[in-house]
Design a protein around this ligand. Sequence first.
Ligand SMILES: NC(=O)C1=CN([C@@H]2O[C@H](COP(=O)(O)OP(=O)(O)OC[C@H]3O[C@@H](n4cnc5c(N)ncnc54)[C@H](OP(=O)(O)O)[C@@H]3O)[C@@H](O)[C@H]2O)[C@@H](O)CC1
Ligand SMILES: [K+]
Length: 490
Amino acid sequence: MLSILSGNQVAKLDKAYIQSENISSWELMERAALSFVRDFFKRFQNSKKKIFVFVGPGNNGGDGLAIARLIADRGYKVSVITFSEKEKCSKDYVINFEKLPENTGVILEKDFNYELAEDGIVIDALFGVGINRPLEGVFLKAVKRLNELHANKIAVDIPSGLPADELVEGEAFLAELTVSFQFPKFSLLFPEHAKYIGELLVASIGIPEDFLMKFERRRFFMQESDMLPRHKKFHAFSHKGDFGRILLIGGRRGKAGAIILSARAALRTGSGLVHVWADDSAVIPLHNNCIEAMYLDGEKLVSMDDFDALGIGPGLGQVDVSELEGILKSFRKPLVLDADALNLLSENPQLWANLPENSILTPHLKEFERISGKAKNQMERLEKARSLASDNKVYLVLKGAFTCVSAPDGTQYFNSTGNKHMATAGSGDVLTGMLTAMLGQGYSPLDACLCAVFHHGLAGQVASKTKGRGTIASDIIESIPQTFLDLGID
Ligand SMILES: NC(=O)C1=CN([C@@H]2O[C@H](COP(=O)(O)OP(=O)(O)OC[C@H]3O[C@@H](n4cnc5c(N)ncnc54)[C@H](OP(=O)(O)O)[C@@H]3O)[C@@H](O)[C@H]2O)[C@@H](O)CC1
Ligand SMILES: [K+]
């Protein structure tokens, strides 16, 4: 899994790696530039557009110069715009400056008055993780001008103006694509920064993940390659009991849809036996929309021990708190709490004491706010999530773009799949079904969280390929099997 180091750690990583590999810092920069242009050439194949590379005085500028050279070498029309005399720039900036081919126009701007083509491509290499104050002077003027421009805009490592780990103050470059090296910088995962980042691409510079183990790591970015080893393997003699016997609780009067979505998602995630405990008004809709699930009449429910996993909340409505308390007390294995069950928890904090250790809570932003109070921004929210998970020994899945799984040991995992089309009614109920299915199949709570969240996002991506903004929760469910096939999990 990719570690997300802090901006300060990046320089240390850089130094430690080049020492251990006996390579120069320039070579590492060259790797970064090569990895940037690999994607660039794909996107802008044979483009006749003029390319403007804006470079700052540090190594982000150095990256920009290397990129300018590599692009110019391929015959693209490139101009480099700099604001700094060489004497004031980093060592690798200077090396790359001298390596610029003759056909590259170099413009030294003191006061930014440069005329830019509206239909060009702008590459922003002004500042990377070394930015230590808000943009000012000529840099601010340049970024403001670039932000008005209708060009293609790409940021190198991070849009200039954004600090690596904190919220932006003042102006920053508005990119349509950000190519971040080695791992996404933490601030690229904040919703407040979405407009600056555009599409996010992580480009490898070849530092093996093992090497990062020397650093304190508390945040990770989930990758497709992390999935296979976390999935359970089943064999030819596996029977439906091995695939888990789960119970989903919710779907009270008028809210059958939510629990049906969870049940269908659980089945599509491979659950062996799915039972639904809901209001009797849910029987007909359930049988009409999910014939594979079994309806349980609350009156007849005797033992929770019959189940491998429980998911509580979708369409649960305003039930009596003692009902939820009773369930929690009678089931002592990790379970999944969502939606109305989370609202009950926020209104009745005494319930925390009854929550089985390592249970999974899946709040969206509003539900999380009800549980933990208002946060002034995503940074604060993520810290609250971390504390809540470790104080209560639960897994907290904070849903949204880059869904964050906070584990009881304080580690946070950010999801890399999903898209805007998943913000649709019932999408959360689908995740609850998937999580419960995986717990029921015997996944550890951590593996269940990581796998369910990853597949859920991937299913959203598959669905939106054909449904776009018309994607609905049922489309996400129908796309779940494809995600297992795509990842080679049988
Ligand atoms: N380790 C890796 O993985 C690799 C990292 N790589 C690349 O290196 C980048 C980090 O480079 P970096 O450390 O040189 O910092 P960078 O962002 O270029 O800026 C520092 C310069 O800006 C200045 N300055 C700061 N704020 C300012 C402001 N507001 N307004 C004006 N000036 C300001 C500051 O000087 P100061 O004025 O503070 O003395 C200094 O001169 C990283 O993002 C990635 O792109 C790759 O090559 C591959 C390997
Ligand atoms: K940049």
